[in-house]
Design a protein. Structure first.
Length: 908
């Protein structure tokens, strides 16, 4: 039996065909003397029109009203009939009807202006009453030339709105003229209609055997099949019946899948969100950075036509197989003694999910243990059981399809065109088990961990993420940093303008870039704090005047360095294991800090690894990366490392994945999008219209050479000069360094942070300048900048150490010991003084850049003496003054050495 919808369309087309033939016969056989024309006298007794009195009346009315436009009505009806018979979907009927009426008025007026009279025809003129009225009004206000221009324009616009590129399509189907790709160049309404037409054609191809009898009826109903989120008719025979496919544009009717419906229909073309800026702000940005603004204005997003369309897929055989498997599932459960009924089937591109309803009293654990038995019964590689399905009282059994469908990224983009407008960084991942598109916003994740063994789709997923950004966001909106240890996976993207640094292949440089990202995060947080906002998106929406009022810069130079708009930064690392092998401790620390804090400032991580082990994905890293994608892994242990549960080891590979959203423990199974190398190359060539604008400080970033303790100059070439300025001025201020050194705000802020780490300046003190902890003399001693004509000032005076040997120690009490002079006092008569040759040795800090030891109130002389180079009896380099003070306060320090000790060595 025919489908009800198609039957109505076919009947309508046949009716229009009959009406068109009748109208053609009536117009072609029109005679002026036929009634009701009465153009001759006496009127003839018989009617000459081939269609009789009815044909004479219809032709007379049309020619009197429209003149030659009556033949335009005839042609329009013929085209409409051909379109319906060819199953061409007529979209937006109100727009089509309005355009047709406009074109009819234009052609009638044009006929009235160009053709003097119509014979045989109405006496009113060649354009009928409509053409005469339009001609008279236009010539009255616009004269003859203006009337011609308006009439021709109205006719052309009306034809375009009414037919779009329908005329070209019909001509191509009839082999009159080739399409020559004209349909792809139509914009506006035509682009929307074309995309819908492609979806309708895909649905038509899927109706491979729609003329077969569906044979609905019987007492027992089978489960409803939801293909791509759409409910299909129920069937009696699960093995032999054929299900007809719904139109691709229809929304889901049931099964709880309506929220993600509308696959195959694109409501509107892909629109790109652009930041709203005032004219004043745009003018200022053009003045300050003219080249950059010009590049941003000239940048065009790549066309979706660069991506390949999905191949047509016939679902008839697939649905037969799905229903056979549903019946086999029930039979297998019955063999184990379980009364289980399949109530609904969700079919996706790779996986079919059978929703089964358990009998009362059946424990869930008894079902989950049958995964391997079900796989054997269904003759598939693996079966995954979702128990229960989130939000339902059923259990899902995911079974691989016998024939897999390739998911193209173009298909996902077209189906989610309306959703990406509200996303900051949209990522097109693929389709889930129901065929619904999987699109996420990276800024809400806010970081993503991807794991899977070699050849399972991990690298293709990374390419999809990068291409998603290239297709939807400009370089001034999103910048990227790519880390590629393999040197071949991400190297094709070296020409894209979104890069902040060339593709990183040196892992030591990658660690330095992660450290830079941490510093950039702190710098952005300082800007957000000064602006009084909590998120980067709010900061970017502030106008220039409001931003200046909030930040309150100290000088014009500082204000010039403050960014008005900060782009999002996405860091993509292809192989995390190689990065961890280079500097595991430092890399882990950088990743953890970024994962914990960088969401609000627009810095996001995408980390991938083919070695999901605990030494690569540590507990701290995993706890701070809640969004994860797992492709097929080698063992259950690897699956638990990535997802905290098993299941990834049973995936099928080639893009089959499990996606864990942040804030939930429910796994979403899906098929990742596929991108060929040719598609990637086309997108890169489309966006690589200009040279990448690298960040200078990243390009000049130096890697750690492995030496112990970096020197001051290794951090920044201006660091020593900056310290000299801050110490001599007596205040630690970022604006001071900006004015003195002529550098930007970011670099000056990092120099101040370095000084805080070295103990030169104090911590951040709000709006006040930082406290200086180092005197000018100490800095000159450290840096070696003291004048040569003057002796270097010493932090403590040199003293000659005397070793006093007590030959006959008298009895002492604790009070007497405390009253005895320590340094500089008279030497008792029973001591003799012996010079120590170590006294003439210079202090170790003299002539070096290290800071001198700080003098303490207690035990300072003892520390100064022992730090002169002597070693203690156990080889210690020096004594700790605090430990010395603690010893003095103890009972041993206060009472002194026992009297029976004949030798007592004491240092002054």
């Amino acid at each position: 039996m025919f489908e009800e919808r198609n039957l109505k369309i076919d009947l309508l087309a046949l009716g229009l065909l009959a009406l068109t033939v009748f109208l053609a016969a009536a117009l072609l056989s029109y005679a002026p003397e036929d009634p009701p024309g009465r153009l001759v006298y006496p009127p003839p007794e018989s009617v000459n029109n081939l269609c009789g009195h009815s044909g004479a009346i219809v032709s007379h009315v049309l020619l009197t009203a429209f003149g030659l436009g009556a033949y335009y009505v005839l042609g329009s009806m013929a085209l409409l009939t051909a379109a319906l018979l060819a199953r061409h979907e007529i979209t937006e009927p109100l727009v089509r009807l309005s355009g047709w009426l406009l074109s009819l008025a234009g052609f009638s007026a044009l006929a009235s202006m160009t053709v003097p009279e119509l014979s045989p025809g109405p006496v009113i003129g060649a354009g009928g009453y409509l053409g005469a009225a339009g001609r008279g009004m236009l010539e009255m206000y616009f004269a003859s030339v203006g009337a011609y221009i308006l009439v021709i324009s109205a006719a052309c616009v009306g034809v375009f709105l009414a037919t779009d590129y329908l005329l070209l399509r019909l001509a191509g189907w009839l082999f009159v003229i080739p399409l020559l790709g004209f349909g792809r160049q139509v914009v506006g309404v035509g682009r929307t209609a074309g995309q819908r037409a492609r979806a309708a054609r895909s649905a038509a191809v899927a109706r491979c055997a729609s003329e077969k009898d569906s044979g609905r009826g019987g007492d027992e109903d089978g489960p409803a099949i939801n293909r791509f989120g759409r409910a299909l008719p129920e069937k009696e025979d699960l093995a032999d019946e054929v299900v007809l496919v719904e139109q691709a544009k229809e929304d889901a009717a049931g099964g709880g899948q309506g929220a993600e419906a509308a696959a195959g229909e694109l409501a509107s073309p892909l629109r790109i969100r652009k930041p709203r800026k005032s004219k004043r702000e745009q003018l200022i940005e053009e003045i300050e950075a003219a080249a950059k603004a010009d590049e941003a204005a000239d940048y065009e997003l790549p066309s979706i036509d660069l991506l390949l369309e999905s191949e047509p897929f016939c679902f008839e055989d697939h649905e037969k197989e799905v229903r056979r498997q549903a019946k086999l599932l029930e039979k297998t459960f019955a063999n184990f003694g379980f009364n289980v009924r399949v109530v609904e089937i969700q079919t996706g591109p790779v996986i079919a999910q059978f929703e089964v309803e358990l009998e009362a009293g059946l424990r869930l654990s008894r079902i989950t243990g049958l995964a391997d038995d079900l796989a054997i019964a269904l003759r598939v590689p693996s079966v995954r059981i979702v128990a229960p399905i989130p939000g339902k009282n059923t259990v899902g059994i995911e079974v691989p399809n016998s024939e897999r469908q390739l998911v193209r990224i173009r298909e996902v983009i077209e189906e989610t065109a309306g959703k990406v407008q509200a996303m900051r960084i949209p990522i097109f991942l693929g389709k889930d088990v129901s065929g619904n598109p999987m699109v996420v916003d990276l800024s809400t994740l806010p970081h993503l961990l991807i794991a899977g063994r070699t050849g399972t789709g991990k690298s293709v997923c990374l390419n999809s993420i990068i291409v998603s950004i290239l297709m939807s966001r400009r370089p001034d909106e999103v910048r990227m940093l790519l880390v590629d240890p393999k040197m071949v996976e991400l190297s094709p993207y070296k020409k894209i303008p979104h890069l902040m640094h060339p593709v990183v292949t040196d892992m030591r440089k990658a660690e330095a870039i992660l450290a830079w990202a941490v510093e950039k995060m702190e710098e952005r947080y300082q800007l957000l704090a000064r602006a009084g906002v909590r998120h980067l998106s709010v900061y970017n929406q502030l106008g220039e005047e409001e931003l200046k009022d909030r930040i309150e810069p100290e000088s014009d130079e500082e204000w010039a360095e403050i960014p008005r708009h900060m782009p999002y930064i996405v860091i993509v690392a292809d192989e995390m294991a190689d990065l961890m092998m280079t500097a595991a401790k430092e890399v882990e620390g950088h990743i953890i800090r970024l994962a914990q804090k960088s969401r609000a400032v627009g810095i996001h991580l995408v980390l991938a690894t083919q070695k999901p082990t605990v030494d690569v994905i540590t507990g701290l890293i995993k706890s701070n990366l809640p969004a994860r994608i797992a492709f097929e892994v080698s063992s259950r242990i690897d699956s638990r490392v990535v997802l905290d549960e098993m299941g990834a080891e049973k995936l099928l590979g080639n893009g089959d994945m499990l996606f864990l959203r942040p804030g939930t423990s429910a796994l979403i199974r899906g098929q990742g999008t596929y991108l060929s190398d040719d598609e990637i190359a086309k997108v890169i060539d489309a966006v690589a219209t200009s040279e990448p604008q690298y960040v200078h400080e990243l390009v000049q970033l130096k890697t750690d050479d492995g030496e112990s303790g970096p020197k001051l100059s290794n951090r920044d070439e201006l660091y020593e000069g900056a310290v000299d300025i801050v110490v001599r001025e007596g205040r630690g201020s970022v604006s001071l360094l900006q004015r003195a050194l002529g550098i930007g705000y970011g670099r000056a802020a990092r120099l101040i942070d370095y000084m805080e780490e070295d103990g030169i300046v104090g911590p951040y003190n709000g709006s006040q300048a930082r406290e200086i902890l180092l005197s000018v003399e100490e800095w000159e001693r450290i840096s070696g900048k003291a004048p040569q004509s003057q002796p270097l000032p010493a932090a403590e005076p040199k003293t000659r150490r005397s070793t006093k040997i007590q030959l006959a120690p008298p009895a002492r009490t604790s009070a007497a010991a405390q009253a005895e002079p320590r340094d500089g006092g008279p030497v008792p008569h029973d001591f003799e003084e012996i010079d120590d040759p170590a006294d003439d040795m210079p202090a170790p800090w003299e002539g070096s850049r290290s800071r001198p030891p700080q003098t303490r109130a207690r035990g300072a002389d003892r520390k100064a003496t022992n730090s002169s180079g002597d070693k203690g009896p156990y080889g210690d380099e020096d004594f700790d003054a605090e430990e010395d003070d603690a010893f003095e306060e103890s009972e041993y320090g206060s009472q002194g050495i026992e009297d029976d000790d004949p030798w007592h060595v004491e240092s002054a």
